[in-house]
Design a protein around this ligand. Structure first.
Ligand code: ATP
Ligand code: MG
Ligand code: FE
Length: 332
């Protein structure tokens, strides 16, 4: 069963064709990073305009690379939310138009369910499983009892991990997107500053990164006022150590508590070398298998949307012609 996936929730115009939810046949991503860089972040209006310009080209490219025909496609899966409404609308309307013209079932997919299903290209899921989602807009621990079932057991009370990375990077004068830049600097530095770790209440699986972010920003400003410049590599390494400590410890605690068969990691920050190493070191000593997607499947792509769409398709879920972009869609 071939599913066509479309993803336009932020600044990547992405189209993919996936076989049986586990095999990538083609995975095309047109990134807009260069257009947003000079503004230091994603500009929603520019993002929508780029999606309009790119979407048909990217769809054609996905078919060319896959060497399959429209007749082979069983259904069209598209990100319906959450994300930027103007950006989502381009993908949703492209998907609706194509589904109507080609007479294919239409399936709306939650963007974060997509991030989770990027792991299924690695290995078959075994339930119950625990998913750590760390992206630009989300930091969550989700327990899954089966395909398409999501139980939120913890989430950030303020900033997402990726958001904290991007803000700290900006204060350090690094270009957007800051996550990969900090990751690189951190690998060249040492943890010389003891930044706070927000553990919250004893049994909470929630997160908080705004205190850490403020602490980093204040430390940099205070040093500047004293006429000192801190070593950027060390600031990055110290910040990252705090993020990785909390994410790793809470994920481990939840994995033990819920006695899960697998732990999977999802979202852009799952590309972080420090986090990957931290989680691998922690779970290596246990019997719980850890899955982390390859770097290109951690950040936004459409293969993950097609993979999540396949599961929904098999479960008989279909969207109607009233499918609409929903910037604050909840995961059910
Ligand atoms: P969401 O998925 O929550 O809607 P999004 O789609 O914008 O948000 P993703 O594409 O999943 O987010 O991830 C982008 C985020 O990941 C950015 O904040 C970016 O800085 C961060 N990121 C990417 N690579 C790394 C890395 N190597 N280390 C740390 N952060 C990273
Ligand atoms: Mg992005
Ligand atoms: Fe994302």
């Amino acid at each position: 069963v071939y599913i066509l996936g479309i993803e336009t929730s932020c600044d990547e115009t992405a189209v993919a064709i996936v076989k049986n939810g586990t095999e990538i046949v083609s995975n095309t991503v047109a990134s807009q990073i260069d257009s947003h860089k000079r503004f230091g972040g994603v500009v929603p209006e520019i993002a929508s305009r780029h999606h309009v310009e790119q979407i048909t080209v990217v769809i054609e490219e996905a078919f060319q690379k896959a060497k399959i025909l429209w007749d082979d496609i069983e259904a069209i899966a598209v990100t319906e939310g959450p994300g930027l409404v103007g950006a989502l609308l381009i993908g949703v309307n492209a998907a609706k138009g194509l589904a109507f013209a080609k007479q294919k079932p239409l399936i709306g997919v939650h963007h974060i369910a997509g991030h989770i299903y990027a792991n299924r290209f690695e290995r078959e899921f075994e339930f119950p499983l625990l998913a750590l989602i760390v992206s630009g807009g989300h930091t969550e621990l989700v327990l899954m009892d089966g395909h398409g079932s999501y139980d939120l057991i913890g989430e950030t009370r303020d900033d997402a991990a990726g958001e904290a990375y991007d803000k700290v990077a900006r204060v350090l004068g690094l270009p957007y997107p800051g996550g990969p830049q900090i990751d690189q600097l951190a690998s060249e530095g040492n943890e010389t500053i003891n930044f706070p770790r927000a553990w919250l209440e004893e049994n909470s699986y929630d997160f908080s990164f705004s205190g850490l972010k403020s602490s980093v920003v204040n430390t940099i400003h205070n040093a500047a006022q004293r006429g000192e410049t801190l070593n950027k590599e060390d600031v990055a390494a110290s910040f990252q150590a705090s993020v990785v400590d909390v994410l790793t410890a809470k994920t481990y605690k939840a994995a033990e508590h819920y006695n899960v068969k697998q732990v999977i990691v999802a979202g852009g920050v799952a590309a972080n070398q420090g986090l990957r190493a931290g989680l691998e070191a922690k779970f290596n000593d246990t019997l719980i298998p850890l899955l982390i997607p390859p770097l290109n499947l951690c950040t936004d792509n459409a293969a993950m949307i097609a993979a999540a769409g396949f599961v929904a398709y098999e479960q008989g879920k279909r969207s109607g012609w009233d499918l609409n972009a929903n910037p604050s869609l909840l995961m059910k």
